[in-house]
Design a binder for this molecule. Structure first.
Ligand SMILES: Nc1nc2c(c(=O)[nH]1)N[C@H]1C(S)=C(S)[C@@H](COP(=O)(O)OP(=O)(O)OC[C@H]3O[C@@H](n4cnc5c(=O)[nH]c(N)nc54)[C@H](O)[C@@H]3O)O[C@H]1N2
Ligand SMILES: Nc1nc2c(c(=O)[nH]1)N[C@H]1C(S)=C(S)[C@@H](COP(=O)(O)OP(=O)(O)OC[C@H]3O[C@@H](n4cnc5c(=O)[nH]c(N)nc54)[C@H](O)[C@@H]3O)O[C@H]1N2
Ligand code: SF4
Ligand SMILES: [Mo]
Length: 886
């Protein structure tokens, strides 16, 4: 037992970097969080999201007990209901009418149990995961070239490399700690960085060379690179001959894709000079690591993109050796673990597929004749099958598909048609639950969960519980096993701890594995409970008889295909799934912002994180803003063939003309019109089934707002229809930014009714269309609404601090209505440094006063001196703001 004052070693629940964390419970249900200096992923570093974890541990938004058909229920009743209803669906519609939709945010143990229950014992192959939207193209690319889903290298390679190429990765925001490791290597040894991304992201802004590739055209760049390597005698012919197949056909196809410098430049959208610089750098550097993420995976030719990148490494023998190789950055904390257990519909278990021998092997191991015999439906098809009634029962666990799937409104509607929707969740409300979950099961969240996760470099780390399970919350593996027992499979699901599940998973990985499957952790199958508890971070494979793990694979040319050779595979001629048209002339690119995680169920609770980008927005190039009549800071309706959203316009040349960017994070819980998933097309890569989430044809039109404003409240409020709103957490409650095209008179009654039972102060000036009301409970502000002509309303940053004030003297109440902060503090502009709450205006002032670099800003304001995630933005401001000479 740890005493409350002891720090627990655990792992961050956000991105696939997998940073080690020291979490110290504070005895009041929360915990203090710091980077673990001993963890080999981060050596003590954390980014803004990890550092703010302590702000997200409150129980206000949690699901704390089971719910059946809208009413609170006991676990026994809820588990009985799941089992009985599953049996009815199976009896009436067959085993395959049951689906599971899982998540890379589950622990490996939860994932293993879900996969075993579904594929082994219920006997449905229709098990897929949000990793289909995330890593499927990398999985398919790895399997077809290496023979297995293996990341050959590791993070240390980023520090040993002389050139790091990042393709479709905004690592400065999405894998910040790895970006910091790259940045440190640049300072220490001058590593060069090339970023390939249509947008000039925070990452691209800091690169030595940024190739603003046309969406979808990465294959052209790597085809041209391969051709150039071949034509300048830069190939490793011995490696190709001894360890690979398919090179000649692949090179011939590359010549068709990139027949000349001019053609490659025209097709890729990258200038000839930049293409040449890319080739020269890549060819001339032995130690090159090529990183790829969603700009590669989420693509109608994602598998080809991965294969083309890997081909250049194979052709030069630069793979699996220190400082060189392809390196897929995984998204979720356990994206990799889900792949290991077989959570994807086209995998069976433990890196085995559906050959007769593999099915037989898994069947014997599980001792269950119901084990499925073929692939199931991949995510997009799975939800189409929900829509057309082939799937009648669905168990969703650890993901929010009503937001994150392409054509998300159609997905949300489809969920309503199910006979049985079971949702295992941390939160009491999200768009998927609201869509109509019949049974809601309260799942352990980060801080409570106990098990393992695997990061991008194959490193298995423990997530340990820091806090007790609140309410009736239980781990997912437990709920799954209890349902399995009720379905008659008591023996196969008899585990009483995550350690026991892990041992079985580890044993299966080594079962009849004589090196055919790279994923082998049978060396850990005999861990006792204490050993599992104490497990130090370790990189698989860990074969039987070993414990130390494996830093790199394939450096010796021994791959895991049947002939032990890597395969070159010719790529198709790149093309996007859908063309633009006069009706939809733009391309909608979707992605992430620095301080929010996915659908914001957790990061949305942190005031610090909310301040960085408080509203859903669309980035529009100035030419397009002019063309479509948009104003910077105004609003635009973004429409595609599938849906629409209304977003704040950010005019910027970070995006290329013809392309617009919108973040994926806002939901019906956090915004009125900010859901972006409904706009996204469902076209998928033919091999991986991963949707092309980054290139939907779209159009823009201006939305004029008459009024704008801010609302504050300590608890939930329902804003009236006809108001555009976006919600963020602030200290002491919530803040909403508001805008509407309706006249003030039409809104006042609804707005006045928001805080009915309170003492109110009100200021109304109909002539100027100004309305301000503040409601008080005792000496505290309970809520407030400020509306005024668009462009003149007070900002949320100015007002929100009022909620943090515990006692407002009567004399201060009228000044609340003046719309100024209580202490008279000036509006500080958007937040840049989340750790020390430093706003843009303060930073601009410091630069203007002479701060010449990020370190100087840090010395004056502390900004950028903790996690470093905002240093790229400091750099951007440094470049923008004129400075007085020192
Ligand atoms: N802050 C934050 N960090 C996260 C997450 C989060 O929600 N928030 N989520 C985590 C998860 S699950 C994931 S999967 C990762 C994703 O991490 P990233 O892949 O780095 O993030 P994205 O913003 O989805 O997309 C990366 C970039 O791809 C570019 N892109 C679009 N189309 C193309 C193309 O055709 N070619 C190329 N080369 N680039 C293109 C986009 O402009 C975008 O900048 O982030 C992880 N980390
Ligand atoms: N247009 C577009 N769409 C995208 C993307 C994109 O770039 N563009 N990116 C895609 C990618 S890469 C990803 S990874 C997905 C992410 O999309 P989602 O997986 O839908 O997003 P999250 O908000 O992470 O949802 C996780 C949910 O699980 C709950 N949860 C967290 N931990 C646990 C747990 O241990 N157990 C249980 N039972 N519940 C838990 C959380 O409360 C939350 O509601 O979005 C995809 N969709
Ligand atoms: S980089 Fe940030 S979000 Fe990712 S694991 Fe580390 S602390 Fe967590
Ligand atoms: Mo992801």
């Amino acid at each position: 037992m740890t005493s409350p004052s002891d720090a627990v070693r655990t792992t961050c629940p956000y991105c696939g970097v997998g940073c080690g964390i020291l979490a110290t419970p504070n005895g009041q249900g929360g915990a203090a969080v710091a980077g673990d200096p001993a963890h080999p992923s981060n050596f003590g570093r954390l980014c803004s999201k990890g550092a703010a974890l302590g702000e997200t541990l409150g129980l206000e938004t949690r699901l704390l007990h089971p719910v059946v058909d809208g009413a609170r229920a006991s676990w026994d009743a809820a588990l009985d209901a799941v089992a009985t209803r599953l049996k009815t669906v199976i009896r009436t519609h067959g085993r395959e009418s049951v689906g599971f939709y899982l998540s890379g945010q589950l622990l490996t143990e939860d994932y293993y149990v879900a996969n075993k229950l579904a594929k082994g014992f219920i006997g449905t192959p229709n098990v897929d995961t949000n990793s289909r939207l995330c890593m499927a193209s990398s999985v398919a690319g790895h399997r077809r070239t290496f023979g297995g889903d293996v990341v050959p290298g590791n993070y240390e390679d980023l520090e040993l490399a002389d050139l790091a190429v990042l393709v479709g990765s905004n690592a400065a925001w999405c894998h910040p700690v790895l970006w910091q490791r790259i940045a440190a290597a640049r300072r220490a040894r001058g590593t060069r960085v090339i970023v390939i991304d249509p947008r000039r992201t925070a990452t691209a802004g800091e690169a030595d060379l940024h190739l603003a590739v046309a969406p979808g055209m990465d294959t052209v760049l790597f085809a041209w690179l391969l051709v150039q390597l071949a034509d300048t005698d830069a190939l490793d012919r011995a490696f190709i001959a001894a360890h690979t197949t398919g090179f000649d056909e692949t090179l011939a196809r590359a010549r068709e894709i990139a027949p000349s410098l001019a053609a490659a430049a025209a097709r890729s959208g990258v200038s000839e000079a930049e293409l040449q610089a890319f080739v020269t750098a890549w060819r001339g550097t032995d130690k090159v690591v090529t990183v790829y993420s969603q700009g590669v995976n989420q693509s109608a030719q994602g598998t080809d993109k991965v294969t083309s990148i890997v081909a250049c490494h194979l052709a030069t023998g630069r793979i699996g050796r220190p400082g060189m190789g392809p390196l897929s950055f995984t998204g979720q904390p356990n994206a990799m673990g889900g792949r290991e257990v077989g959570g994807l519909a086209n995998m069976l278990a433990a890196h085995m597929g559906f050959s007769a021998a593999e099915i037989d092997r898994v069947r014997r191991f599980w001792n269950e004749p119901a084990t499925v015999t073929g692939e199931g439906l991949k995510a997009v098809d799975l939800f189409d099958a929900v829509a057309d009634g082939r799937i009648r029962a669905l168990w969703v666990m650890g993901t929010n598909p009503a937001v994150s799937l392409p054509r998300a409104d159609a997905v949300r509607d489809a969920l309503k048609r199910l006979d049985l929707l079971v949702v295992s969740e941390n939160v009491a409300s999200n768009d998927t639950l609201v869509a109509g979950a019949h049974i809601r099961l309260p799942a352990a969240a980060w801080g409570e969960k106990d098990g393992t996760v695997t990061n991008s470099e194959r490193r298995i780390s423990r997530q340990r519980s820091v806090l007790p399970l609140p309410g009736e919350v239980r781990p997912d593996w437990w709920a799954l096993s209890r349902v399995a027992v009720r379905l008659g499979h008591a023996d196969a699901f008899a585990w009483t701890s995550p350690a026991a599940v892990f041992r079985e998973h580890a044993a299966l990985s080594g079962f009849e594995n004589r090196g055919e499957r790279a994923f082998d952790i049978s060396g850990l199958a005999a861990l006792d409970d204490a050993g599992y508890d104490a497990l130090a971070p370790v990189q698989w494979p860990v074969p039987r008889g070993t414990i130390g793990g494996t830093a790199r694979l394939f450096g010796n040319g021994d791959f895991v295909t049947p002939d032990r050779r890597a395969r070159f595979v010719p790529a198709a001629m790149p093309a996007l799934a859908r063309g633009t048209s006069p009706e939809f002339p733009l391309r909608l690119v979707t992605g992430r912002v620095r301080d929010q995680w996915h659908t914001m169920t957790r990061t949305g609770l942190s005031p610090r994180l909310g301040a960085h980008r408080p509203e859903p927005f669309v980035e529009v190039h100035p030419d397009d803003a002019l063309r479509f009549g948009l104003v910077n800071g105004g609003f635009a309706r973004v429409e595609t063939a599938y849906g629409d959203a209304v977003l704040r316009v950010v005019e910027t040349d970070v995006v290329r003309a013809g392309e617009i960017f919108a973040p994926i994070h806002w939901t019906a819980e956090t915004s009125s019109h900010g859901r972006v998933g409904p706009l996204v097309q469902g076209d998928t890569d033919p091999y991986s089934g991963q949707p092309e989430a980054k290139a939907t044809p779209a159009r823009l039109s201006p939305v004029a707002m008459r009024l704008a404003g801010v609302a504050l409240s300590r608890g939930p409020v329902a804003l009236p229809d006809g108001v555009w709103w976006a919600r963020i957490a602030v200290a002491g409650g919530w803040a909403w930014t508001l805008a509407t095209d309706r006249p003030l008179d039409a809104l006042v009654p609804a707005v006045e009714a928001l805080f009915p039972e309170r003492e109110q102060a009100e200021l109304r000036d109909p002539a100027r269309e100004v309305f301000r009301s503040a409601a008080f409970a005792g000496e505290r502000l309970a809520g407030a609404v400020f509306l005024g002509p668009a462009g003149k309303a007070p900002r949320w940053e100015t007002l929100a601090p009022l909620l943090a004030v515990e006692t407002l003297p009567a004399s201060a109440r009228l000044s609340v209505l003046s719309g100024r902060a209580q202490d008279g503090a000036a509006d500080c502009g958007p937040l840049v440094c989340a750790c020390f709450s430093v706003g843009r205006d303060a930073i601009q002032t410091a630069i203007a006063a002479g701060a010449a670099d990020a370190a100087a800003i840090g010395a004056v304001l502390k900004a950028g001196t903790n996690c470093g995630s905002c240093v790229p933005e400091l750099q951007r401001l440094l470049a923008e703001v004129p400075r007085v000479a020192a």
